[in-house]
Design a protein around this ligand. Structure first.
Ligand code: NAP
Ligand code: GCO
Length: 261
């Protein structure tokens, strides 16, 4: 049955930064598709908040306190996951931050902090899980990219540099480990309603109507819009899809913007 190709039964999925937002929605979808999920967050109280939210959704999961930029902590956490839950079949590098500061007002430290979380961390976590994926004979790595993997805009220089780099890290993991049956792809969400974009969606904020005019779908995306693509890229249905960035943007990248009426 072709639909069986989309099942994740028996798989262990590690979604970084999944106490809420996009990661939380992807984790719930993976459980619905049959996977066991593991997530981390940087603070105990956020992991506990996430565990409570998953429990409220009727989902048993495993949460770990881990800063994805800390290589020792990541390596220890991956070892604990492998011992306590199982070898990771699916990694979603979701954890991310953004700083909206005009480039010439941004300090080098602020720039580095965004690169550290949004680009260095996916490298660190991928490097931690790939050896076991190779031993197991398969693996799926999904990097959460962005419109800013393709486009720039004012005040997001660090974020765009990181997400552009993440697109190329995705292609390089594909190139380096495709022969070991590891598929590494990206999801490039459009503008999605989460805490990260809340400042852009306040009533009357010009960016709100701007994004709606740039999106053929004429709306902001929701985390639910990302779940089908995330399940596809984690499943056997995408075993010959590698190094691809799947943009889930309501058509933004294809559209010049609504013409003046
Ligand atoms: P969000 O609501 O800000 O959630 C980000 C998550 O990452 C939070 O749980 C956060 O935990 C965690 N995190 C941040 N730094 C971390 C670290 N060093 N170690 C571990 N966890 C860390 O973001 P979102 O909107 O769900 O976005 C998730 C991903 O999608 C990000 O990579 C983002 O760049 C990307 N994305 C978002 C959109 C959008 O429109 N929302 C569009 C395209 C791409 P804390 O609360 O503790 O910081
Ligand atoms: C911004 C937004 C975007 C989204 C997303 C778009 O300030 O432009 O936060 O960057 O988060 O990355 O795909």
């Amino acid at each position: 049955m072709v639909l069986d190709l989309f099942g994740l039964k028996g798989k262990v999925a590690f979604i970084t930064g999944a106490s809420y937002g996009i990661g939380f929605a992807i984790a719930k979808a993976y459980v619905a598709a049959g996977a066991k999920i593991v997530f981390n967050d940087i603070k105990r109280e956020l992991v506990d908040k996430g565990l409570a939210a998953y429990e409220e959704a009727g989902i048993k999961t495993h949460g770990y306190v881990c800063d994805v930029t800390d290589e020792n902590a990541v390596n220890e956490t991956v070892k604990r996951i492998e011992k306590e839950v199982g070898v990771i079949d699916i990694l979603v590098n979701n954890a991310g931050i953004i700083k909206r500061i005009p480039m010439c007002e941004m300090t080098a430290a602020e720039f580095r902090q965004v690169i550290d979380v949004d680009l260095n961390a996916p490298f660190i976590v991928s490097k931690a899980v790939i050896p076991s994926m190779i031993r197991k004979g398969h693996g799926k790595i999904i990097n959460i990219c962005s419109m800013m993997s393709e486009l720039g805009r004012e005040t997001v220089s660090a974020y765009a540099a990181a997400k552009g780099g993440l697109k190329m890290l995705t292609r390089n993991i594909c190139s380096e480990y495709g022969a070991q049956n590891i598929q590494c792809n990206g999801i490039g969400p459009g503008y999605i309603e989460t805490p990260q974009t809340a400042p852009l969606r306040v009533a009357g904020h010009p960016f709100n109507s701007f994004i709606i005019s740039k999106t053929p779908a004429g709306r902001w995306g929701t985390t639910d819009d990302l779940t089908g693509p995330a399940v596809f890229l984690a499943s056997d249905a995408s075993n010959f899809v590698n190094g691809h960035i799947l943009y889930v943007d309501g058509g933004i990248l294809a559209y010049i913007g609504r013409q003046p009426s």
